[in-house]
Design a protein. Sequence first.
Length: 267
Amino acid sequence: MSWVIAITNQKGGVGKTTTAVNLAAALQAFGRRVLLVDMDPQGNATVSAGYDKHSVERHVGQVLLEEIGVTEALLPTDPGGFDLLPATIDLAGAEFQLVTRIGRETKLRQALAPLVEDYDFVLIDCPPALNTLTINSLAAADDVLIPVQCEYFALEGLSALLDTIEQVRVALNPDLGIAGVLRTLYDARNRLAQDVSGQLRQHFGDRVFDALVPRNVRLAEAPSHGLPAMFYDKSSSGAEAHADVARELIKRARKRGKLGKPAALRQ
Ligand code: ADP
Ligand code: MG
């Protein structure tokens, strides 16, 4: 069983990439097999996982255009240990070329199909837009994980995202669900953050992760070293928060019957 999760929010800067990379590393450290798919032409997840996005030769854009097979583009990560399907700026051009292709919205789903069962978790880092790349991510996913920065316009943006999710359900992926809502860049002293957090609870109930990710400078520094935070400063509040989120996600996966034993305990 594999759980494909699109980490999505069309707002930029809410912590999608930070969540994707640090969850990938934490889940892998807990003995799960993880694939991280970078679907943002900015390639921030690719860089944060330790690669120079200017020298990556085979990437997800070519996979979507069916120029290469998905396994040709996979990269190992060190020390993260998870696999990476990298992105470069060429993904923007690939998106443009997709427009004229038949079945353009399900290219990622098609590409991932033969290999999802090799992983316990496939995490897709979405771009900050409701574009064809995001639609491909939502069409390929079992569920979405929505990082939310608890500030004034957060909820307004969420309703546009929920509309898109509903449209994808109707047209492409009827079972698409919400794996969780994650509060990011959280400042507990901020009254507004507490209010928005309360509203999220009201709307999404226990789909909101108990763990929240605080604002933590280590999370912002780690990408420039090409490292997930747990390999940059393991005891930082940011690294610990993502470990907590990973634990909750594993619990949710078990509840859904989506998870077996960790790799080390398999025969
Ligand atoms: P997105 O992928 O949604 O655009 P990012 O994960 O790239 O967002 O985060 C935006 C910026 O904020 C990045 O520079 C990142 O390093 C920083 N950042 C993200 N989460 C945190 C956090 N919890 N604490 C401090 N900085 C963060
Ligand atoms: Mg990003």
